[in-house]
Ligand binder design. Structure first.
Ligand SMILES: Nc1ncnc2c1ncn2[C@@H]1O[C@H](COP(=O)(O)OP(=O)(O)OP(=O)(O)O)[C@@H](O)[C@H]1O
Ligand SMILES: [Mg+2]
Length: 381
């Protein structure tokens, strides 16, 4: 039922936005305000029909439009022509593209990422070596370009790996969230996906990292805005794929099953990499790293913590270690003595802190991976 409504609403939204911008350009601010408010209303209706992060960004977008409507035509305090232009939504979006370019990425390397050896190897072949050894790749006629999609439960190191790649190849890093693009660019998203790729393409080396890919390129046929975005996105991938080995495209998602399947075809996001919850060895590495230099009891047994944290994600482990320090730290302050962290401190926190990934979510990933596996098995025959 919601499908038709969303399409009608998104067309209504486009229409009011267009009218609002036209009225504004002509200096008819009262009319512009009315149209922006109507556009906001349409966006709010769309939000009501949406779910999850998309719902949230649409609500935010609707609210922002009310602000824009209230301020349309108002002269900024420091009135110059440039300021006037700044009020324009289009200008705001251009500024965003520059903002997404991270000036400096924290110095994370593959060595900091626990476990995930297969993931690191696949990424080295697909993304790092083509940039480091282009002549070798040419010699072997090895294809470059296309994108890699990292998927898996939250907190398993997807963003961390993206940053490590950028460091490894010395690339400019453009980090965008699918939901941000949608919230800012409803109606104009095609144009802006295009300018993001253009901007990145100008750099000697760049990585476009798109988090929450599912909200950017969902399955087609439900929402016309989404469909336009998917089409533009596919064109952009096809356009640069294979031509510029120095432009890497990396996507991440917690919901790979929601992504449009055409985006996964060869030469596009042909490589999908699963980041599972950390295994015992990876958890041990993380706990030891988090407790490095911290005063722990002599009989502190890290393996006991490893055993008890089977379904905990990397992000959970970090949080757990941090919370385990709370009590000894409080006591250390109260007594002005060094109080050692013990296994009991971990147990106490574990008693109140369940893993953030639920069994049901894990099953969704298992089902999705099984589907892929059964295709692979058929291929092998
Ligand atoms: N494999 C790992 N090795 C070391 N630390 C990890 C690992 N996975 C997660 N962490 C820790 O968890 C934090 C969150 O990880 P990250 O942001 O990369 O997760 P994510 O997979 O991008 O999650 P989300 O899907 O919620 O965006 C990291 O800052 C890091 O401290
Ligand atoms: Mg992330």
């Amino acid at each position: 039922m919601g499908e038709k409504n969303i399409n009608v609403l998104s067309d209504t939204f486009d229409l009011y936005m267009k009218k609002g911008k036209e009225a504004k350009a002509k200096g008819n601010f009262a009319l512009a305000k009315r149209n922006f408010l109507l556009a906001s209303e349409a966006m709010m209706q769309m939000a009501k029909l949406s779910e999850g992060s998309l719902k949230q960004v649409r609500v935010e977008r609707a609210r922002r439009l009310v602000d824009i409507a209230e301020n349309v035509g108002k002269t900024p305090v420091k009135a110059t022509k440039a300021d006037d232009k700044k009020n324009d939504a289009a200008q705001e979006e251009d500024d965003d593209i520059k903002k997404w370019q991270a000036a400096k990425i924290p110095n994370i390397s593959f060595a900091d990422v626990a476990g995930l050896e297969d993931v690191k190897k696949a990424i080295t072949i697909k993304m790092i070596n083509p940039v480091k050894y282009p002549e070798k790749y040419r010699l072997y006629g090895k294809k470059t370009g296309g994108g890699v999609l990292l998927y898996g439960p939250p907190g398993t190191g997807k963003t961390m790996i993206a940053k490590a790649i950028a460091n490894e190849v010395g690339a400019k890093f453009y980090a965008v969230k699918g939901s941000d693009i949608v919230s800012k660019w409803v109606g104009d998203s095609e144009k802006n996906i295009n300018s993001l790729f253009e901007e990145a393409n100008k750099q000697e080396r760049a990585i476009i990292f798109i988090d929450e890919m599912d909200s950017l390129i969902g399955k087609r046929g439900v929402d016309t805005h989404n469909d336009k975005r998917v089409n533009e996105f596919l064109q952009q991938i096809d356009g640069f794929s294979g031509r510029n080995p120095n432009l890497l495209l990396l996507g991440a998602t917690n919901r790979p099953w929601d992504i449009d399947s055409a985006a996964m075809r060869s030469g596009r996001f042909s490589q999908k990499i699963y980041l599972p919850l950390p295994d015992a060895a990876a958890r041990k590495f993380m706990i030891e790293k988090n407790m490095k230099g911290v005063p722990v009891a002599k009989d502190f047994d890290v393996d006991k913590v490893v055993e008890k944290t089977q379904l905990y994600s990397g992000a959970d482990i970090e949080e757990l270690c941090d919370r385990a320090k709370d009590e000894p730290l409080l006591q250390a302050i109260a007594t002005d003595k060094i109080i050692l962290v013990t296994n009991e401190d971990f147990d106490r926190v574990l008693g109140t802190f369940p893993p953030s990934v639920t069994q049901k979510e894990l099953e969704e990933f298992e089902n999705y991976n099984n589907e892929i596996d059964s295709i692979l098995k058929k291929n092998k025959k």
